[in-house]
Structures are given as C-alpha cells and as structure tokens.
Design a protein. Structure first.
Lengths: 272, 245
C-alpha cells in the first residue's frame, strides 16, 4: 500500500544517496518541487537516467552537485538555449555521461517492465553513440540472415520520480495520456510521485479515468506539491514559466549566477 | 508578390515533403512545422501532421515511444533533423566537437536521430546557419550516419539539406550532396565559400523558385493561424499574428 506522505521531504525518503533515479521529459510532468527539496537535503552521487531527455531538472541537479552519472539522449533548455550546467559539467569532465538515443531509452525501460534482459532496436549501427556504449551489444538476428541488430540491456532504476495531476487515497495516480510514466514506474523498483491534489474518489472505479491511471500497486509514496512542476509545464494544467526559464538561463550561464539562483529559488523555498 | 526568407524556406520544404501519409516534426522547428501544415492545407487534410511538443497536433496516446514505434513500422514518411555539424556524406553530429572524452564544445545530445535517420524514408536536413562551422568536411561525432553498409537494415535516410543560402539534394548512391538551387539574393560563389564539404553541382545552378501567389495566400491565411497556436513568437515575427497578450 503506497503511503500518502505528510510532506514532500518524507515522500522523498526512498531517493537515497547513490541510487539510480529515473526522471521523465519535461513535457510529461517533471517533479520540480521535489527536485528542489532533494537539493536542499543535499542528495549526492545520484545516477540519473532520463526517459528520454531533460531540461531544467537535470541541469539543476547537475549544477547543485547531486549527480555522479547521467544517461540521456539530450539535455537542453529548448528555446531558452543550451543547458548551461550540463554543458559545463561535460566540458569539465565532472560527471560520467552515457549518451543514448530516445527510442533506446524507451526500449530499455520496456525490457525492464517485461522482466527480460534486453531489447533489440533498429538503427544505431555505424553511430558513435553505439561506439561509446560498450554495454550495448551488436548481435546477429537469430531469425534472419546476416542481419546485425543492436541489443540494449534493460534499465532497472531504483526509484522513478515524476509529477502528476492527481492521486486518490489508495495511491492510484492519474497520468492521462503520459503513458511513458507508466512504463517508468513498471521498470523501477520504487516510484515516488508528487501530485497537484489528492481526491476522495477511487480513480480505478471510474472507467474513463482508470485507463489513464497508474495503479497504486507500483507506487511507494505520494505527496501533494501544488504547482509541483513549476517552472516547467504540467500537461493540460499549466504552461512553462517562460520569464523564469529566461532568468534561469541567464543566471546559470556562470557558476556564481547559478549559486545565486539556488539561494533565491531553491534554498529559500520561495518557489511556488 | 513579395515574400520573406522564411516563407521561401517553408515553400521549398513543403515541396520536398511531397504526397505522403504522415509527416512528423521535432520540437523547436517552426519552419518545418509550417511546411508540414502547408502541405496538409494543399493536400486537403493529407498528410497527417504530428508536431512534437504540441498536445493538440499529435494523436499519440501511448507515450513518447509511440513516435518511434510508428517510425519503426514505416508509419512516418517524413521527418526533420539538424546538426551542430553536418558533413558531405550526410553524417550529422548533435553531440560534441573535438575528442568525445575531452570535447571542445558540447551540444544537447542525439535525441532520436541515431534511430529515425534509419527508419524514416524521407529525412530532410534543415540547418539555417550555412557556414564552414556547421557544414564541415567530417563531423567530430556521428550521431547518425548518412549511409550504411548494405547488410544493415535501413529504410530511411537523408533526401535533402536546406540552409538559408541554398538547397542540396542527397545522392544516396554516391553519398554526396548535389547543389539543386541557390535562394534568391544569394550566389553560387557565396555557397562555395561557406560550405566546408565538397559537393556536386550542375553546370548552371538554378535559382530556388519563389513561392507562388496561391501558396503564399494559403500559407498566410490558412496555415499561419494554426502555426501561431504552437509557435506564437515565430508567427508574430513572420506573419504579424497572435501579438495580443
């Protein structure tokens, strides 16, 4: 039975130093209030795996020194420019990087949810992405004839963390169309979710809502964090805070500026 | 009829798309998105257009993987890719410049290119900055190769490269770009000087045809308002739309 945590900090207890943490792309619901709480707690040596690309969330965690290793197919602030702390960390060699491909991450999470050791994927052959991934294997399609194909090992995170519109008192979480959050939860040993609100009705009892619901069976802890994706969007609820992201891009361009950002928006708990 | 540079690029890309069933466009790509919507307006609803990052302009209900699953089955006919570097063999680099382990510059990452380049039949390379910095003799890092060995399963690849100066076609057999046309206001000499790779060209290189009056009308009247929902800043700049707060 998932626990409905009294506060954010309590809900984040499963995310321990050194764990393999899965986070989603920003357009599906990034748990940003939780991310700020993790930075305040001083979490360290995280291995972060992104399904499949990140923006502010990965950049913040990297800049704040929480990340030891990162696997993703891209980190960028999109129209607000490059992700400055990610870029600095790669150029400075301060984090371990596994460059991936979006469909490879989707497939490797699917392997984990099926409980199989690997998933094959087309493409990749002849890329330097494959060349720098000794953990990806080139095999011959056993059903074909001289048909090389890449095998990707299953990704089994310790904890998945995301933000969603609502949960019920049984810890069932409504994710709507953002189905990759279900894959992420299935693949991970534990799932921690922040939500805009807790509702009284049973989400699985409503046929329309049930199809877009992650059963509490997969969920470890839930906490309410209103506007918990801010300054990133929550689909169909709120959009990017463009002004804030512009400010971040400007401040985070330098290490000093980034510290100012942390002081103002992370440590001071001014965030919405 | 007068037109803006962006409108020329949109019309060229719409022609490259041709008559297909499904065009998908990545994030932060207003010109390819406008071209896909223009192709659909011209085709009376064909092709399907999927604009990534827009809930309204994607039909997907199975999460981020559905795009890649669609593509793997051949259900996406046209996609757009770019590169921090693009070389003369159609290799693209979205990762880093210099030695991978000690890079001189870092880009965001390969996104889905290492896969989509293999499985989408018509990949259109789109890079407005046409310089020796972007169009290089050889990329530092291959995010996705322009061509593959014969035994590698591959149903897709580049068909063209469009820049702010010109349009190249990709000759898959010879693994080389062929200069197809130079945009109005630009010259062949300028293209040669600013391209870091060798390419083929006919004895007389034509000028990229201007968009027709009908196409411009359709673009400005039907496509621009749709585009403004997804790319408000671009639509305001190019079409003077959606400026209201």
């Amino acid at each position: 039975m998932p626990s409905i945590a009294r506060n954010l900090e309590e809900a984040l207890a499963p995310i321990t130093d050194g764990c393999l943490l899965a986070i989603p792309r920003e357009s599906t619901g990034a748990a940003m209030a939780a991310t700020r709480a993790l930075i305040r707690r001083g979490v360290r040596r995280l291995s972060v795996v992104v399904l499949p690309t990140s923006s502010l969330q990965a950049d913040l965690l990297i800049g704040a020194g929480c990340v030891e290793a990162l696997e993703t197919s891209a980190v960028s602030l999109g129209e607000f420019g490059p992700a400055p702390r990610f870029t600095a960390a790669i150029l400075g060699g301060t984090i371990g990087m596994k460059d991936a491909s979006c469909p490879a991450l989707h497939a490797a999470f699917q392997a984990a949810e099926k409980g199989v050791p690997f998933m094959p994927l087309r493409g990749l052959i002849g890329t330097d992405v494959l060349k720098h991934r000794p953990d990806w294997k080139l095999a011959d399609n056993p059903f074909g004839d001289n048909d090389p194909i890449v095998l990707l090992p299953a990704i089994k995170p310790d904890v998945a963390l995301f933000h969603a519109p609502m949960a019920d008192r049984n810890g069932n979480v409504w994710i709507g169309r953002q189905r990759e959050l279900v894959t992420m939860a299935h693949a991970s040993a534990k799932t921690v979710v922040t939500v805009e609100k807790i509702v009284d009705e049973d989400l699985l009892a409503d046929r329309t809502l049930a199809a877009g619901t992650l059963p509490g069976f997969y969920v470890e802890t839930v906490a309410v964090a209103e506007r918990g994706a801010w300054p990133l969007p929550l689909p169909e609820h709120y959009a990017w805070d463009a002004e804030h992201l512009k400010e971040y891009a400007t401040l985070a361009a330098t290490e000093d500026g980034f510290k100012k950002y942390l002081d103002q928006y992370v440590y001071e708990r001014r965030a919405a | 009829m007068n037109f803006r540079d962006e409108e020329l690029l949109i019309s060229v890309v719409a022609d490259l798309i041709g008559d297909v069933r499904h065009v998908a466009v990545g994030n932060a790509s207003p010109i390819p998105a406008a071209a896909a919507l223009l192709a659909r307006a011209r085709g009376n609803g064909r092709p399907y257009v999927s604009l990534l990052g827009s809930a309204r302009h994607t039909f997907w209900t199975d999460g981020g993987r559905e795009l890649f699953d669609c593509a793997g089955q051949g259900r996406i006919d046209v996609f757009f890719l770019s590169g921090g570097e693009i070389d003369g063999e159609g290799n693209i680099n979205l990762v880093s410049v210099g030695d991978y382990d000690k890079p001189a510059a870092r880009f965001p990452g390969s996104f889905g290119s290492s896969y989509l380049y293999f499985v989408v039949p018509k990949v259109i390379l789109f890079r407005t900055e046409h310089s020796k910095r972007t169009l290089v003799p050889k990329v530092s890092f291959i995010s996705a190769p322009g061509a593959s060995e014969p035994n590698v399963e591959r149903t897709g690849g580049p068909i063209a490269l469009i820049t702010n100066r010109c349009l190249f076609r990709f000759d898959a057999e010879r693994r080389r770009f062929v200069l197809q046309s130079v945009h109005p206001g630009h010259t062949l000499a300028e293209v040669i000087v600013n391209t870091g790779f060798e390419f083929d060209r006919p004895p007389d290189v034509p000028e990229t045809p201007a968009p027709s009056a009908d196409m411009l009308r359709l673009l400005r009247q039907a496509v621009a308002p749709e585009l403004a929902e997804v790319y408000p800043q671009f639509a305001a700049k190019v079409f003077g739309l959606g400026k209201s707060a």
